[in-house]
Ligand binder design. Sequence first.
Ligand code: GCU
Length: 616
Amino acid sequence: MKFGPFVATPLRTALLFLSAATIVCGQQPFQTLLVGVDHRSVTSLNGDWHYLVDQAPAQALYAANGAINDKTYALNEHPNIIGRHNQEYNFATAPTIHVPGDWNTQVPQLFNYEGVLWYQRDFHFEPRINTRTFLHVGAANYRSHVWVNQKRVCDHEGGYTPFDCEVTGALHSGSNFVVIAVDSTRLRDGIPSVGIDWFNYGGLTREVSLVTLPEQFIDDYDIHIAHGSHFDPAAAITGYIHVVDAHADTAVTIRIPELSAETTVSTDAEGMARFSLHPASLTLWSPDSPKLYKVEMISGEDHLSDDIGFRDIRVDETRILLNGKAIFLQGANMHAEAPVRGGRANSDEDAHILFGWLKDLHANFVRLAHYPHDERMLREADHDGILVWSEIPNWQEISFGKPEVYGKAQTLLREMIRRDRNKASVILWSVSNETPNNTERTKFLSDLANEARHLDPTRLITSAIIGPRIENMKAVNNDPLCDALDVIGQNEYVGWYTLTPEEADGIQWVFPQKPVIMSEFGAEAKAGNHGVVNQRWTEEQQVYVFEHQFAMLRKIPQLRGVAPWILMDFRSPTRNIPKLQDGYNRKGLVAEDGTKKQAFFLLRKAYSERSIGKAE
Ligand code: GCU
């Protein structure tokens, strides 16, 4: 799926999603990403699904030549008890597992399972005339193949972004069934690739539902305040609404009741309707006043609303300006792991707990590492006034030399931006984390950064750069990738992986003249493990590392944000010191059971005093 120069029209984007689903049966089911689907009324397919494990080499899913088998479990047939031998599988009598959710923390035997698992459930459906129905999947890790009533309707690669498959032609009145095969196997040419420092939870990790829409429907929209060369508090609200299969000159109305603002515009030949609104007064969104407005979009039979905040984000030399004012970002990193219960985070309760800790920390910022998190997290950030760094998982070693891998990265980037472009909280799109500084990588990521800027010129583009070698107490970031970034993310672990905590005091950082966010720093501590400050794995030493970090950070003139690694301890297959790690990365400020470590309170004090850095 090699792309020419990319012109981000919704039709072209829809075609890209479509081409990803060239399915066997002639009529190519439409595959897209429905923006704002969490604001639509849907038929939830969450709940208990039957499952079957298809252990490597997963012969039920993959034919010998690697092609997808449409004639095995997808048919959902049942073994003959009388008569000739037919099948040796049966979903009807198979155990069940809950969706949404990873299989690893639900079925003890599957805790360390990476491979193919087949899901199946029945559902009742009554088709309505002049409507189309999509099967919506919030996320499925890592590769997934979907059949409805034995018809393959779509395939998707990428474990952290949603996809929507048209199933209109596959459904019938009465009882229907869906079968989804999910393969969580890590791929060298995957994104992420094979070596990751987080737990590879497999399965249908986010919600699954049926979405029924009119024949012409809104699948994408972009609603923001105009982003001119300078911040203008009176800027218009502008953007586009895309209506699938709309004829030219189809009317589209955008209404913001609270602002008594409304306009009706027409679609062009590609179903695109561009608009501008000039509300008399507008409260801009910010951490201090996270104001959201209900925005209604109407076209023909389709009526969709969303809760959107309006704000302006830009850089000015080394400053980050939110609504024209310089801002300092103080926050933390976060993995999408559920507090206390563990497993993939995907519920409102998970979001409330995690963001509750951020608010308790006096944070105004969170880096959602290293992949797009559940949409609930972004809604929570919008609601709570927490600024967001969102990232695609180009984590460390990626096959940067392969065009097909670049294609995967582009698709992930487009999916991330498309789903969350209307979230005021998101201010930074990150294209990668700690990747090796070589020509192939820099070309790959610079192209991706430019594409992100093209897709969304209203936000800042960043990446987390790996810690440089420190020579003569000097840390110089001269990574060429920084040329393609608006804001530089810098990871470093002085006092933990390199040097001693105290030596941080004497380090001088050298950066290009751009805003810098220290996007990772910290140390490991097992909650409740106490000792002297130079005793590793103790809460006291974690605090000690941070204290010396603060001394170092305060000397960096370009520093405009900090995000310690990490809010909560999280599972990782590479962390195997018994009694200290037990399969967890212990750099959290909070333990996985919710116990706040001493470092949490140190950060909270520093953030309440806003004592780590300056906005200008
Ligand atoms: C890296 C990386 C994280 C990892 C962390 C650590 O910098 O970006 O994903 O978990 O360091 O080593 O704890």
